[in-house]
Design a protein around this ligand. Structure first.
Ligand code: NAP
Ligand code: GLV
Length: 306
């Protein structure tokens, strides 16, 4: 078995070592242009040249959950694309989102500002019944986030493409249900994949349907959000603010208004990082399952786009 590794801006050496340890008889190497053909590839944002040269590939393992960048390449129709399926990301996403929701709900930014000026001042307790959280995307990450939010007794709504039945979560599905989902939601968490259907889905028309004082947490992809519509709705007072981890251009340019906006919190695409050991273990397990002729989770449907 030949395995090639091709990463944009990430050292492949520890991955080569991990895969080689799991498959001592295999040839495992970091890709260079003109390298010998491989059977399986482990990739993050590879160039089109890699795909064009590696014509013998059976499986392409993406070391992230989102495959939007990969699906923009010209891929052979027979190539099986496999994404990471949790691999330690869902617990990170749950802690990030719960932290953002609770910081907003409990007004901790205000207490931080008070502390800077030595001010001892209580804020009036708010009712969590007035802070329904809506999770867009109830997949591997979204479901975990929704269940984590339930532990803090927030009312939780969920939105997906296909119908779901999750205990205690008010589930909506399909584009026709989007207005009802938004109108029932005050804090919106985006965890959908970026596809032709979801690009720019967080825009003036949708975000203005959130309940007054709404709050936006985008942890999926920057291209889901129309930046200027978010800023306009925060400045008009309809939305209270946002926590954003993903951006249309990354790194977020220094001149972007999100950096300086007093009601927007920015983090550098870090809400759920790829964990190397967990990811290698998952990919090795899937390669072994494929060798045994078994089905695996996380196979991408290119027509759906995720
Ligand atoms: P997933 O398991 O594939 O779940 C995707 C969910 O989105 C599914 O519930 C799906 O509905 C729903 N969905 C897809 N298209 C939809 C549409 N048009 N309308 C309504 N719902 C739709 O993906 P995941 O592993 O949870 O990851 C989700 C995304 O998180 C990734 O694609 C990636 O962009 C992002 N992410 C970000 C970070 C970060 O650090 N910021 C880290 C990891 C992942 P069905 O259940 O009906 O199919
Ligand atoms: C990160 O954004 C991922 O898709 O895993």
């Amino acid at each position: 078995m030949n395995i090639t590794i091709c990463f944009d801006k990430l050292d492949p050496a520890p991955w080569v070592r991990g895969l080689q340890q799991a498959f001592p008889a295999a040839s495992v190497s970091a890709w260079t242009p003109g390298a010998a053909p491989a059977d399986h590839a482990i990739v993050w944002a590879p160039p089109q040249q890699f795909i064009d040269e590696q014509t013998g590939l059976q499986t392409l393992f993406n070391i992230g959950a989102g495959v939007d960048a990969l699906l923009q390449l010209r891929l052979p129709p027979t190539l099986k694309v496999v994404r990471l399926d949790d691999a330690g990301m869902s617990v990170q996403m749950a802690e990030y989102v719960c932290h953002a929701v609770i910081r907003h709900f409990r007004e901790f930014d205000g207490y931080d500002a008070d502390a800077v000026s030595g001010k001892w001042s209580y804020r009036k307790p708010r009712s969590r019944a007035d802070f329904a959280v809506g999770v867009m995307g109830l997949g591997v990450l979204g479901e975990r986030v929704a269940k984590a939010l339930q532990l803090f007794e927030f009312p939780v709504n969920g939105y997906s493409r296909s119908p779901k039945d999750l205990p205690g979560i008010r589930c909506f599905h399909g584009a026709q249900a989007l207005p009802d989902f938004l109108q029932a939601t005050r804090v919106l968490v985006n965890l959908m994949p970026l596809t032709a259907e979801t690009e720019n889905i967080l825009n003036h028309g949708t975000l203005s349907q959130l309940q007054k004082g709404g709050y936006v947490i985008n942890v999926a992809r920057g291209k889901h959000l129309v930046d200027e519509d978010l800023i306009a709705l925060i400045n008009s007072g309809h939305l209270a603010g946002a926590t954003l981890d993903v951006f249309r251009t990354e790194p977020l340019p220094a001149s972007h208004p999100f950096w300086q906006h007093p009601r927007i919190t920015v983090t550098p695409h870090t809400s759920a990082r790829t964990l190397r050991e967990e990811s290698i273990a998952q990919i090795v397990g899937k390669m072994q399952a494929l060798q045994r002729g078994e089905a695996i989770n996380g196979v991408v449907d290119p027509r759906r786009g995720y």
